[in-house]
Design a protein around this ligand. Structure first.
Ligand SMILES: *[C@@H]1O[C@H](CO)[C@@H](O)[C@H](O)[C@H]1NC(C)=O
Ligand SMILES: *[C@@H]1O[C@H](CO)[C@@H](O)[C@H](O)[C@H]1NC(C)=O
Ligand SMILES: *[C@@H]1O[C@H](CO)[C@@H](O)[C@H](O)[C@H]1NC(C)=O
Ligand SMILES: *[C@@H]1O[C@H](CO)[C@@H](O)[C@H](O)[C@H]1NC(C)=O
Length: 509
């Protein structure tokens, strides 16, 4: 009898053994569990082992609290908590006894904490979908990474109204970058440039205005590997991308990439097919050629100021500097280019003007509605008026665009005559209400910038620019400042004194 019992026990043990190992990986992380950032692997894997949550070392910069594909050698990151703020060795993420989830550095300083709608977290779990959840005893997800995406979307994940994927800054820099994929609360799905380093969108660059598809409700990455833009009634408004293989055979992800392109990548789970054992981008990326799409007046475009963009043979955008210019930062070419020469000056007799030459560039275009520079002959009486228009044209873009932030422009001071949009007389008439307001009477002044609270806050600057403009339209040419002085006044290097009243001129228009 005793023998039979021990046999039975060993049989039970053998039967239970596989279950106990599975339970090891699929185990819920209970209150009090923690992970420490250290060189050897420090993570919680999902039951299948496909995904892991934990610390990954990023170069020598420190550790990123992240979720990644754990079965492929690349350990590709799909979500991260502290891209702006890497943490040193010895940092810790802990599910406290009180049910709080906190990332803190070795001194105990809190670095990151997910916002929780209510208390009552009972366990944390890394799921096989790539979703990391904090759940209550009754398995309600009180917080889940799928609701707070960074730059990646995974199969079974949904984007709701108002949510976005923000591109990282560079391939290996997980700070927020320059582009985002947004499902606006009005139901439009767009790609936008961002007012880096601030957290605001600048302008939409996809789709083209005439191709807008509104009235959507969700973006759904379904199990067959299709990314669909869905209406409230469930019908498909637009298929963003679809994969040749299902999520059973391929790891898949959609990535808002640092170069401004949204790409759908697949990675075969086994080497039996014809696909290479690495991430392959599907050809349905958007926009089809970002060099042609980010053709907007505001911000640095696809490649930054003073640079140009060309789609390479690999269908990826390539940023280049024109002759005579070089990259501001060769490790971050999207910052744009700087000139390697002294600017030409017309207001003083510089003999070096001989050194300047024109160079033609074939098949190259300045985006927007106008050419880079525009000159036309004018009679003297009328050129006074053109000066006014020119100054207004220089300052108006600042007041017209809703998302303008002075700080965003600081790294790239606006120079007169560069990257300006020119306005037609009709546009200015409309913008100024038929030139109704007299300038100069106390880039009533608030009437000019009505409905733009940021600009109203910045009235001092507005006043300064209008005073500069008035200096520039003095009837006596000897009173008008040189272009160099205008730049100095705009930059604040030179005080702007109150100009003689131009009212006689204004009233004569
Ligand atoms: C995790 O905990 C919840 C709630 O107690 C339970 O329903 C679930 O089965 C657990 N999962 C695993 C893999 O143990
Ligand atoms: C990422 O880039 C930003 C912007 O240039 C920089 O401030 C930050 O230090 C970089 N992060 C890392 C880890 O290099
Ligand atoms: C995913 O969407 C595609 C359409 O884009 C559809 O044909 C397919 O049936 C969907 N799959 C699932 C599992 O819903
Ligand atoms: C579903 O909604 C879309 C967009 O609002 C609309 O175009 C379409 O006709 C609707 N379909 C049905 C079956 O109601």
């Amino acid at each position: 009898m005793a023998l039979a019992l021990s046999h039975l026990l060993s049989l039970l043990l053998v039967l239970l053994l596989p279950y106990s190992t599975i339970a090891q990986t699929s185990r819920n992380q209970s209150l009090g569990s923690s992970l420490t950032a250290q060189e050897k692997d420090s993570y919680w894997a999902s039951p299948s082992g496909d995904f892991a949550f934990g610390f990954q070392q990023i170069g020598k910069g420190g550790y990123l609290l992240a979720i990644w594909f754990n079965k492929i050698p690349e350990k590709t990151i799909v979500w991260s908590a502290n891209g702006d703020n890497l943490v040193p060795t010895g940092s810790k993420v802990e599910l406290t006894k009180e049910g709080l989830f906190v990332l803190s550095d070795p001194t105990g300083k809190e670095i990151w904490k997910p916002p929780l709608d209510r208390l009552g977290v009972a366990y944390a779990a890394m799921l096989d979908t790539g979703n990391f959840v904090l759940a209550s005893q009754d398995t309600v997800h009180l917080w889940q990474s799928f609701d707070h995406p960074t730059d990646t979307m995974l199969p079974t994940q949904k984007m709701r109204l108002g949510s976005k994927l923000v591109a990282r800054y560079l391939e290996m820099n997980y700070s927020n970058g320059r582009f985002q994929f947004t499902l606006k609360s009005d139901g439009n799905l767009v790609l936008q440039t961002r007012a880096y380093p601030m957290d605001h969108p600048y302008v939409d660059y996809w789709p083209r205005p005439e191709e807008y598809v509104g009235s959507g409700f969700q973006v759904v990455f379904n199990k067959s590997g299709s990314i669909n833009f869905i209406a409230r009634n469930g019908s498909i408004v637009k298929t963003i991308s679809s994969s040749p293989g299902s999520t059973q055979d391929f790891y898949q992800r959609a990535l808002m990439e640092y170069d401004g392109v949204l790409r759908h990548y697949v990675y075969p789970k086994s080497s039996s097919g014809s696909w290479p054992m690495t991430w392959s981008s599907l050809s349905s990326f958007i926009p089809s050629n970002i060099c042609n799409f980010v053709a907007i007046e505001l911000g640095g475009g696809a490649c930054g100021y003073n640079s140009y963009c060309r789609q390479g043979d690999d269908l990826r955008p390539k940023c280049l500097c024109p002759d005579g210019y070089s990259f501001i930062d060769p490790d971050d070419v999207l910052k744009g280019c700087k000139q390697n020469f002294l600017s030409q000056s017309c207001d003083e007799a510089f003999p070096e003007s001989d050194l300047f030459y024109f160079k033609s560039m074939l098949n190259t275009d300045w985006p927007g509605w106008t050419d880079y520079e525009y000159l036309s002959g004018q009679t003297e009486d009328f050129s006074v008026f053109m000066n006014l228009l020119f100054m207004l044209a220089a300052f108006f873009p600042i007041f017209r665009f809703k998302y303008w932030k002075p700080k965003a422009l600081l790294p790239y001071p606006i120079m007169p005559g560069m990257n300006l949009r020119s306005y037609t007389y009709e546009e200015l008439t409309e913008a100024t209400n038929g030139f109704k307001e007299e300038l100069g009477k106390d880039r009533k002044l608030n009437l000019l910038v009505e409905n733009d609270e940021e600009a109203i806050d910045d009235m001092k600057r507005v006043k300064k620019y209008v005073m500069i403009a008035i200096w520039c339209i003095q009837e006596d040419p000897s009173l008008r400042p040189t272009m160099k002085k205008v730049v100095q006044m705009m930059e604040g290097a030179v005080e702007v004194s109150v100009p003689p009243g131009p009212s006689s001129f204004i009233s004569s228009i």
